[in-house]
Design a protein around this ligand. Structure first.
Ligand code: GTP
Ligand code: MG
Length: 203
């Protein structure tokens, strides 16, 4: 069942660690290549069409956007990686900020890695998946833009994505379309699981 969203609002746009919220609410980070549909996924999950900024121009999300939900947890929309047209220096600045956030943030309870269901995951996608596993960060993988493939093509694509990202059998790979909303409920139940796991580990 989808979660009931009573409140959802942008709390903070963080360009550095000092900008991030201090209230200790659990956070779920959304990761993936630029233009893969992270912000669209957030909007669809929350049932708010224009909360997270989306664009057909890649590389638009350049900071960490903290969305506070039901005064209970945050969704954190991270800048997309692998955006070639950003300068090298700018790419490094993002990489440091993101890596520091993922490695050190105490209130981070899980990550959603988004890949485009139509394409073989990139080297950056694989590195990110391996990094998350290495750091024992609970993660689910979402295969976005499923409306762009037929059912058959999607069914053929999913095992390939799974194998390329070296996902174990117990790890979730969930197809999703921000256009139709298909897959939304499964993602919510996985996210509820991450939040519960975190809350039970805390006390
Ligand atoms: N058909 C289709 N288009 C989608 C879907 N999700 C996102 N898009 C489109 O893909 C483009 C990028 O979506 P965003 O949500 O802005 O992607 P992002 O990952 O947040 O991108 P950055 O912020 O640049 O890293 C937009 O034009 C969206 O409308 C989907 O499920 N289906
Ligand atoms: Mg975005």
């Amino acid at each position: 069942m989808a979660m009931l969203i009573k409140k959802a609002a942008l709390e903070t746009v963080a360009y550095k660690e000092e900008d991030m919220p201090l209230d200790g609410l659990p956070e779920i980070a959304f990761l993936g290549r630029s233009n893969v549909g992270k912000s669209s996924l957030i909007n669809r999950l929350l049932g708010r069409k224009k909360l997270a900024y989306t664009s057909s121009t890649p590389g638009k999300t350049r900071a960490l956007y903290f969305y506070r939900i039901n005064d209970a947890f945050y969704f954190v929309d991270l800048p997309g990686y692998g955006y070639a047209r950003a300068g090298k220096k700018e790419q490094r600045t993002w990489a440091v900020l993101i890596e520091q956030y993922l490695a050190e943030r105490d209130s981070l309870c899980g990550a959603v890695q988004v890949v485009d269901c139509r394409h073989e995951p990139s080297k950056d996608d694989l590195l990110m998946a391996q990094w998350l596993r290495f750091h024992h960060l609970a993660a689910i993988t979402v295969a976005s833009k499923s409306d762009k493939l037929s059912r058959g093509a999607l069914a053929r694509q999913l095992p390939q994505i799974r194998s390329r990202l070296e996902l174990g059998e117990a790890e979730e790979l969930l197809p999703f379309s921000a256009r139709t909303g298909a897959g939304r409920e499964h993602i919510w139940s996985a996210l509820s699981g991450l939040l519960k796991q975190y809350q039970s580990g805390e006390g």
